[in-house]
Design a protein around this ligand. Structure first.
Ligand code: GAP
Length: 490
């Protein structure tokens, strides 16, 4: 019988998506994964804090990404650029002018919506009601509205024509549609006249573009090469909710791969394949819950864009974008800064502005992906249990050491094993409650292995190893616990 069944199917009792999300949010708070930011003051919408187990899990996800990018590719190097940059960066990137969402307010409830989401929701509701022809007609009109100026007026007219009602109040009492820039900004220093505005970056990518030359020269990279970065990004999102899926302060893991113009399609395909495999192999995500979404409407600077999507309890949503961004970003920074960002290709003896393929994932979304994917409920020894079936290498706690009883020297042996394991792994010691209860506690936080020190340990220096997913047990020598973990975890 297989002992390590981390790939066994997750068992959900047939429950509504809302109920599953409620359970994830409640477990996250109860066990210290994630809780609302500044909760004692009533919190702040779309801001969440990571607790003791949450930071471990998130760090493990980030480590997997960082190690894959920078250690398994000798042509990808790291960067940690400042969050705040010269404001010209955001003019050059186009964010000041066009990093907007179209918003509309329900004058009755005072709730703000994204006008595009409102229409998309309406189209979905028509489909659900079986009104396929009508939904197709509205979809066509929606595309026309998006592709023609003025977009805000077009969206407004469509909402009014279709008499789309407010999802919360049911009212049909809308303001005009306005564009809303998603960048947070603040005056810098003592000057408050608008002449020195700084922005909180809405993506980490621009820090990579503006450092392209310096990083390439200092690390002596030749094209093709990549720069990887993990860091905070900020967006004043109109739509909030779905736990850590959409936040106003979040973390991104982005990699820009600089290439010779003309090679972008083969590079794009290679990164698509690599990124999808990473989710399955490195994060242990169930393959059947992942899918591709192809963007047919491309941004003016892109020549290909796909999203990796995951089937969350609340729907299939984007977790990572892979974009072929041509030479748009470097060209714009060259133009706005007046500094050459050209590359001299010694092999082809050509000078060009490199093209870029980017992979852009959100850490918080991956955190939620890992959590939702791992969540399972099953029955062990006639008892219901919640079990987080994390891939062992990303589990926050790698192992627990449990003395069967608080006597006969068992706690001392367990503590000495803990001290030894702590040098290498994040482990927990637990001596309180029945052994069954202690196993359940560890199952609920996804600890893949429990080592129990019992009477036999006193005789033959062996411990019981209990596997989280199957609850199977076997005995191994106490001296081999570390090697056992090293083999199972890496
Ligand atoms: N540089 C490209 C870029 O930023 P994006 O599709 O806007 O592309 C990339 O964002 C990823 O960042 C998304 O796939 C998502 O995982 C994450 N992300 C974006 N906005 C987010 C938000 N408000 N909250 C949490 N994650 C977000």
């Amino acid at each position: 019988m297989s002992k390590d069944t981390s790939n066994s199917p997750r068992v959900h009792k047939s429950e509504s998506p809302e109920k599953i999300m409620e359970k994830l949010v409640s477990l996250s708070k109860r066990r210290g994964f994630v809780f609302q930011s500044s909760e004692i003051y009533g919190g702040l919408a779309s801001c969440w804090d990571y607790g003791p187990l949450g930071v471990e899990l998130k760090r493990n996800i980030k480590d997997q990404w960082w190690n894959t990018m920078t250690k398994t590719h000798d042509n990808i190097v790291g960067l940690d650029a400042a969050i705040m940059m010269n404001p010209k960066v955001w003019e050059a990137s186009g964010h000041v002018q066009s990093f907007n969402d179209p918003m509309i307010d329900d004058k009755t409830s005072k709730i703000r919506y994204r006008a595009d989401h409102l229409i998309e929701g309406y189209i979905k509701s028509l489909q659900k009601k079986g009104k396929i022809e009508e939904s197709e007609r509205v979809h066509k009109e929606y595309e026309t509205a998006l592709n023609n100026e003025p977009v805000t007026k077009n969206l407004y007219d469509l909402i009014i024509k279709e008499e789309i009602k407010s999802p919360d109040s049911g009212a049909f009492n809308w303001t005009e549609v306005r564009q809303f820039n998603l960048m947070f900004h603040s005056p810098l220093g003592a000057v408050a006249d608008g002449s020195s505005i700084v922005y909180l970056r809405p993506e980490t990518a621009q820090g990579i573009f503006v450092n392209f030359h310096t990083v390439r020269e200092s690390s002596r990279m030749k094209i093709p090469f990549g720069i990887a970065q993990i860091g905070k990004a900020f967006r004043n999102e109109i739509v909030k909710g779905n736990f850590v899926f959409r936040m106003i302060e979040f973390e991104q893991m982005e990699m820009q791969y600089f290439i010779k113009p003309g090679t972008q399609m083969e590079t794009f395909k290679a990164w698509q394949e690599e990124r999808m495999n990473w989710y399955i192999e490195r994060l242990g995500i169930q393959k059947e819950k992942l899918s591709w979404y192809k963007h047919d409407q491309l941004a003016h600077y892109a020549d290909a864009a796909y999203d990796i999507k995951y089937e969350f309890p609340f729907g299939v949503e984007e977790i990572e974008g892979i974009h072929s961004r041509t030479d748009f970003d470097l060209s714009r920074h060259q133009e706005y800064s007046g500094k050459s960002l050209e590359y001299y290709d010694q092999d082809s003896k050509e000078r060009y502005i490199p093209y870029v393929v980017e992979t852009s994932a959100g850490c918080d979304r991956l955190f939620l992906t890992v959590l939702a994917d791992a969540y399972s409920e099953d029955e062990i020894d006639g008892e219901n249990r919640v079990c987080l079936r994390f891939k062992p290498s990303i589990a926050p706690v790698k192992a627990a050491v449990l003395p069967l009883m608080k006597k006969e020297g068992m706690p001392d042996i367990a503590m000495s094993l803990i001290k030894d394991l702590q040098q290498t792994f994040y482990v927990q010691y637990d001596e309180s409650g029945s052994i069954g209860k202690r196993y359940r506690r560890q199952d609920e936080i996804g600890t893949p292995f429990c080592f129990t020190v019992d009477h036999d340990t006193l005789q033959d220096q062996t411990v019981t190893v209990r596997y989280r997913d199957s609850a199977n047990q076997e005995r191994i020598s106490i001296d081999s616990v570390k090697t056992f973990l090293l083999e199972k975890l890496f």
